[in-house]
Design a protein around this ligand. Sequence first.
Ligand SMILES: [Zn+2]
Length: 128
Amino acid sequence: MSRIRAAFWDPTGSRYGIPTWPWRMAPPHLATLRQLTAAGLRPGGQGVQAQVLWRSRRHGAPGVRAAYLYDVRFALPKRTATPAQLRALDKANTARRTCPDCGTDAGYVLPRHLGTCLDCAEATEVAA
Ligand SMILES: [Zn+2]
């Protein structure tokens, strides 16, 4: 093991406060948020359990970088929206696209500073 890897080897967390492993050395039951999401899981209320530290040579972001890990044994399945929630979201988004002046679905979310679709805003501007 190289000296840099040894610097990040701290499974008990005595040096870094939380259990720490070098790049690619973390035990398999620990996963990043992205890894949990890819497996259809969410942290489920648990905090960060451990971290991976590595020295990055990436241009613009050199230095020590960290990835926070969660325990898959405490992870819960991702929640999916119920049909009622999806209906409510659809209704709210339709309202955001519907112009109060001409009453049509503009096809985009209306700018808040106008409060109307762009066509109506332009028409009132020309009239003024
Ligand atoms: Zn309109």
